[in-house]
Design a protein around this ligand. Structure first.
Ligand SMILES: Cc1cc2nc3c(=O)[nH]c(=O)nc-3n(C[C@H](O)[C@H](O)[C@H](O)COP(=O)(O)O)c2cc1C
Length: 235
């Protein structure tokens, strides 16, 4: 297959062409691997994503070992190529991974984890940390009512989806295909991460899976969307 690159013309055209190029790829060409530089760029783009309060409530697991990938197959219908009758994204992607979302154990206002994050990652002085604790505490308890472990994990998951969106856009701009996937059993995926990946699932829960590589064939269906007139309202 010839290498496709959406990068042509002016910046507006390049951006829209990249978004049109991206589709949820079910089957990748197993012979075409991403270079180290390409996957590093994708991961760096994800890592540079904005997160609420700058809490970075996500982790990215890269799962390259075929044996490790197979652990998810039975209960990950969305990573199985769906109706394509192939080994799907799990079996063919150059790079496959899972983004984890931080639970309430880490992301509750005032947690030890956050104090450490403010000090060591954000390098904030004590008085600003106090401010953050107060503001984030109010945000959780009063503004957004994010107090249960489930609500906090879902909030972290929202940030994880921004990370993935940026990774997919970065990939598309380089002519690299991708697939976001949430077609998996949450409980069994969580258990697999605990049993086989040494993940403390009281602190980290799966949010979304992803795959990168190069399409094995052109998309089976044309891209359809509601019109911009329908989705956007101007005042
Ligand atoms: C959060 C999310 C989860 C998705 N889960 C799956 C999935 O498990 N398996 C899959 O093949 N596609 C999955 N998709 C792809 C969508 O079905 C696809 O993006 C949509 O139908 C539009 O098609 P397009 O992306 O090719 O334009 C997912 C998309 C998103 C955004």
């Amino acid at each position: 297959m010839t290498v496709q690159t959406p990068i042509q013309g002016d910046i507006q055209t390049q951006i829209i062409d990249a978004f049109k190029f991206r589709h949820a790829t079910k089957v990748f060409d197993p012979e075409r691997k991403l270079s180290d530089a390409e996957i590093e760029t994708i991961l760096e783009a994800g890592n540079l994503s904005p997160t609420s309060f700058g809490h970075d409530p996500f982790r990215i697991l890269m799962i390259q070992s075929p044996e490790k990938r197979e652990l998810f197959r039975e209960f990950s219908w969305g990573a199985n190529g769906m109706m394509s009758g192939t080994t799907g994204q799990l079996g063919t992607a150059s790079h496959f991974g899972i983004i984890l979302a931080s639970t309430g154990a880490l992301m509750t206002a005032g947690s030890e984890y956050l104090q450490n994050h403010y000090r060591t990652v954000k390098q904030l002085p004590d008085e600003v940390i106090e401010m953050f604790n107060g503001a984030y505490g109010q945000f959780q308890s009063k503004d957004h009512h994010i107090t249960s472990d489930r609500e906090i994990t879902d909030w972290s998951g929202k940030q994880a989806y921004i990370v993935l969106a940026n990774m997919m856009t970065a990939a598309a701009l380089m002519g690299i295909d991708s697939c976001p996937m949430e077609g998996f059993d949450m409980d069994l995926t969580t258990k697999t991460l605990a049993d086989h990946f040494d993940i403390d699932t009281t602190k980290w829960k799966p949010a979304v899976m992803f795959a990168f590589g190069h399409r094995a064939a052109e998309p089976a269906f044309a891209k359809t969307r509601r019109s911009v007139e329908d989705t956007v309202t101007w005042y």
